[in-house]
Design a protein around this ligand. Structure first.
Ligand code: CAO
Length: 447
């Protein structure tokens, strides 16, 4: 007999079970969903890691679970496949740039590739149009009580549909996929609200609808659905861009000496050891700057500032499916080499789509480095609820006047975007100048 337990789901505790998908006597396969959990953000199926026969189900809808809660007893058939261990992690990879495990979400039920392409494309269009008709604000509490499966909830969320307003035509008035799509269709067929008079504007942005273009008129095109990560990161980036009053400061720093040290360290390092990267030094320098300017190690929570006493640094990683932001935890207690090793591991997991929500949460601030790719300054979008993000460009050799002559120096461009609700311009200027000082003379990080 084997206990089937809730795996590590990040910092979530006491999450309600909204659906039990198996019953006693049922034969389950590896990866078959057992229960559906729902956080305040999204829903997630917990798959079985063993094949066998369910002997007893210990949960019912409404129960609350945390990591380790027993879901069911299973009469054991065969050991878990290696692949299954990563299933949960893989379902989470869409967390992307959002801090709070936004991607605590459900993989869609299997569809044929054709169905998937068609439905995703039409749903994306419907979502864009529905946004234009503004389905007002979704009442999350009421929508949460509507009877609907996780894939339907996910679809509703993506289309901005308030489930509590959708009449369910499934068994026991359950809302099914077709109900959501019919609701969208009905909403779209209603005439768009007349533009608000000028004097009424000011509380809502008066934005033109997204242009509807038949691109095929201009030449051959193909349509591809957005990846899950891109959909989720796009929504989070959009929210952060719209809601946070961003300001970006630009500066540069002389990393000539640091680069000499970095290359020497890499020359001396043992075969197989992770390369010490410029980014690892930047993580350490950001920790030192946050210690010097704790007003950047905060999050806004209503009318309060949450001062963090930990130093976790996120870094943007480019993956085949889009952008994700793994977090180096307790970077203040780690050396540069250990940070470089951990970054290489996390970047590897990110590219394989195996990061867990816990590995993408809790950042103090983030770094987005395009140094390996090119370019100088840019304006990174803050990874809410953090209040600052450092953008790093490619270091280049430039002539610098030393008082008597020009000499070649390696200059690293840095851009700091910060939330003007949490910090002021003078503080941001000092923070970035201090970061530049640290990178130019890394011994100061030890002080
Ligand atoms: N200036 C000059 N060269 C740099 C540099 C910099 N600032 N940063 C890195 N490099 C060099 C490295 O030294 C390395 O050169 P060698 O191979 O000769 O040693 C090369 O560029 C490649 O570096 P890397 O990208 O493998 O390593 P990294 O530590 O700089 O970055 C990671 C790791 C995961 C951040 C990176 O792979 C990545 O995904 N970058 C993209 C981040 C991104 O998408 N940001 C935008 C987010 S907003 O859309």
């Amino acid at each position: 007999m084997q206990e089937l337990k809730v795996p590590d789901i990040g910092d979530y505790r006491n999450i309600p079970v909204i659906e039990v998908l198996v019953c006693a006597g049922e034969v389950v396969a590896v990866d078959q969903p057992l229960v559906t959990l729902e956080s305040d953000k999204a829903t997630m199926d917990v798959p079985s890691v063993f094949a066998g026969t369910i002997r007893e189900v210990l949960l019912k809808p409404g129960d609350r679970v945390s990591h380790g809660s027993v879901i069911a007893h299973l009469e054991f058939d065969a050991p878990a496949s290696n692949a299954s261990a990563s299933v949960l992690a893989a379902t989470h990879t869409g967390t992307a740039i959002s801090d709070a495990a936004t991607a605590f979400s459900t993989p869609a039920r299997p569809q044929t590739p054709k169905q998937r392409t068609e439905s995703t494309a039409s749903e994306a269009n419907a979502g864009a149009l529905l946004a234009d008709r503004s389905e007002v604000t979704v009442d999350r509490a009421r929508a949460g009580k509507a009877a609907a499966g996780p894939s339907v909830r996910k679809l509703a969320r993506e289309l901005g549909v308030d489930l509590s307003k959708v009449a369910g035509r499934g068994r026991n008035a359950r809302v099914v996929r077709e109900d959501v799509l019919a609701h969208v269709k009905t909403t779209l067929s209603k005439p768009a609200q007349a533009a608000a008079p000028v004097e009424a504007r000011g509380t809502q942005p008066d934005i033109l609808p997204w242009p509807q273009v038949d691109f095929a008129k201009f030449g051959p095109v193909e349509r591809r659905p957005l990846s899950r990560i891109r959909k989720i990161s796009g929504a989070n980036l959009h929210r952060n861009w719209v809601m946070i009053p961003h300001v970006t400061n630009f500066d540069q720093t002389d990393v000539t000496e640091l680069e000499v040290l970095r290359t020497a360290l890499n020359r001396e390092s043992k075969a197989g050891a992770a390369k010490v990267t410029m980014l690892a030094f930047l993580v350490k320098a950001c920790v030192a700057a946050l210690q010097q300017f704790p007003q950047f190690n905060v999050s806004l929570d209503g009318q309060e500032l949450v001062q963090k006493r930990y130093f976790h640094i996120g870094f943007a990683a480019d993956t085949p499916n889009g952008l994700v932001v793994p977090v180096i935890r307790d970077a203040d207690r780690k050396g540069v080499a250990a940070i470089a090793t951990e970054m290489a591991e996390l970047a590897g997991l990110a590219r394989e789509g195996k990061l867990t929500p816990a590995q993408m949460q809790g950042g103090s601030m983030s770094i987005s480095s395009l140094g390996g790719i090119g370019g100088s300054h840019f304006t990174p979008i803050i990874n809410a609820p953090e209040v600052a993000i450092l953008g790093v460009g490619r270091a280049s050799t430039q002539p610098v006047w030393n008082g008597s002559a020009f000499e070649p120096r390696l200059i690293l461009p840095m851009s700091l975007s910060w939330d003007h609700r949490a910090v002021d311009g003078a503080e941001a200027g000092r923070f970035l100048a201090w970061l530049a000082t640290l990178m130019a003379d890394f011994r100061r990080v030890l002080l």
